[in-house]
Design a protein around this ligand. Sequence first.
Ligand code: GDP
Ligand code: MG
Length: 184
Amino acid sequence: MTFYAKQDSVHDYLFKIVLIGDSAVGKSNLLARFARNEFYPNSRSTIGIEFQTHKIQINGKEVKAQVWDTADQERFRAVTSAYYRGAVGAVLVYDITRRRTFDNINRWLKELYTHCDMNVVTILVGNKSDLKDEREVSMDEGKSLAEAEGVFFMETSALDSLNVSSAFQMVVKEIYSIFSRKIM
Ligand code: GDP
Ligand code: MG
């Protein structure tokens, strides 16, 4: 795995994490909620941010999560290898109200493992958990798939700000723990 550690402080780490998943599952809004505590009811490609850095404290150390967003490349199935390069974490998102986005998870995992090390720390995220009446994918289905693939799992709502920080933090903490084991 490639890790990025900033030069100016031994306690300051920077981890690249990629957001992937079908179009309109809520990737950009998860990042907006996590990094800026914002939500965009109608936003799509307008956000167009390449990545956002968000600081997290772990065991008194400052860790920076550099989270990359696709800026809508996925609509054209054109997420580039540059997007994945150097990523040590992945947040793989589907929309619990659209089964097709869940069915495509295997395709995304395959693409992820083509570009990244198999050890890339991954969480499967079922977003839009607030839309209870429109649910098409049960929580158990999400959990089972995550277990089978050996990745973390969480359902989130970017709208209600539910589990969003926890999902990103789970990934960052795991990367940090792997990293600190390696340097000790
Ligand atoms: P992306 O294409 O995966 O980046 O998806 P966006 O973040 O652009 O979101 C697509 C649409 O879903 C937008 O209209 C968002 O407002 C909406 N959305 C995103 N997250 C949630 C959520 O947790 N709950 C609900 N109800 N809508 C959401
Ligand atoms: Mg987006």
